[in-house]
Ligand binder design. Structure first.
Ligand SMILES: Nc1ncnc2c1ncn2[C@@H]1O[C@H](COP(=O)(O)OP(=O)(O)O)[C@@H](O)[C@H]1O
Ligand SMILES: [Mg+2]
Length: 291
């Protein structure tokens, strides 16, 4: 029986679903933290030691790259890159994960591909950041500040007319400003869309109704199925622009009707989506890995 590692520090519900989906393909899984792997260049052949694996796997699935120091994170991504260079099929690839975990690069690639995404600025200078924010507020826009490596709505802030400017010591700034024009989806009826895309085809989509303007499921958004063709088409275009095997695409619609891609997730959760979707998401991911 083939054994494949699932890189994760928290197998949970997603680990269980993937394991049973892969079992149907006669594949066994082991949960491994990238923290516990070793790059071993002592012999003639390079080796990546993976706890619980006696030989190099044919495939590997990435469900989490734990944060850490810059050196630790680079070494964890090195493992994904090296495994792929040694012939392992890594899903998602280290390259795709790097591009999606980094919101600046995601925004750039969407913009380059001509996919509508909100106006965005990334900079270190606080003075310049203030200048951009003041300018936007004067034009009647609000500004969203996000951590470059954020997820699940953590640390996302909104600056509106009359709000204080962010200070360098504000924990959510951390020396870098990722600023984005706020897209108003409807005061009091905030919502956005999450589309799950596998091999550039949308397999499931939902509308997320937030308790406030941040519509993440982790922050309590209510989910319902979504079938809007514009949303589906935009998500598939975003997946192609990021050149990623599978992803979760966040899309928002302004009251004017215009849709924008907010971000592309390379390690998307799907528990909320599975609750309102007919397709077995884990099964589709297992199929992707096997094909
Ligand atoms: N420019 C924006 N305009 C309006 N709402 C936004 C904007 N950016 C983010 N949001 C809201 O915040 C949520 C989280 O932002 P997102 O970019 O998806 O980061 P995260 O990685 O934390 O999910 C989005 O799902 C959306 O509800
Ligand atoms: Mg998001």
């Amino acid at each position: 029986m083939q054994i494949i590692p699932i890189f994760t520090d928290d197998p949970g519900w997603h680990g269980t679903k993937l394991t049973s989906a892969l079992a149907q393909h006669n594949i066994q899984t082991v949960f491994v933290s990238l923290k516990d792997c070793t790059i071993d260049l002592s012999g003639t052949q390079a080796k990546i030691h993976i706890p619980g694996m006696s030989q190099q796997p044919k495939k590997a699935f990435v469900r989490g790259v734990p944060g850490g120091t810059l050196q630790q994170v680079i070494a964890r991504l090195d493992i994904l890159h090296m495994m792929q260079m040694m012939g392992v099929q890594v899903v998602n690839s280290g390259r795709a994960i790097e591009r999606t975990v980094d919101k600046a690069m995601t925004s750039f690639l969407l913009h380059q591909a001509g996919i509508p995404t909100p106006a965005t600025w990334v900079l270190e200078s606080r003075q310049q950041a203030h200048h951009i924010i003041v300018n936007e507020l004067q034009q009647g826009n609000a500004i969203v500040i996000k951590p470059l490596f954020g997820s699940q709505g953590n640390g996302v802030r909104k600056i509106e007319k009359g709000d204080a400017m962010p200070l360098p010591m504000d924990s959510y700034v951390d020396g870098l400003f990722y600023l984005q024009r706020y897209i108003n989806s409807g005061e009091g009826e905030w919502h956005d869309y999450r589309v799950f895309v596998v091999a550039h085809k949308a397999i499931a989509a939902m509308t997320r109704h937030g308790m406030q303007w941040v519509n993440n499921v982790a922050l309590g958004a209510r989910c319902e199925p979504c079938y809007q063709p514009e949303v589906i088409a935009l998500a598939e275009a975003a997946s192609k622009a990021l050149d990623i095997d599978y992803c979760g695409v966040d899309i928002i619609q302004a009251k004017s009707g215009q849709y924008y891609v907010l971000e592309v997730n390379g390690i998307p959760a799907w528990k909320g989506l599975q609750g309102v979707s007919e397709v077995n998401v884990a099964q589709r991911l297992a199929d992707l890995l096997v094909d």
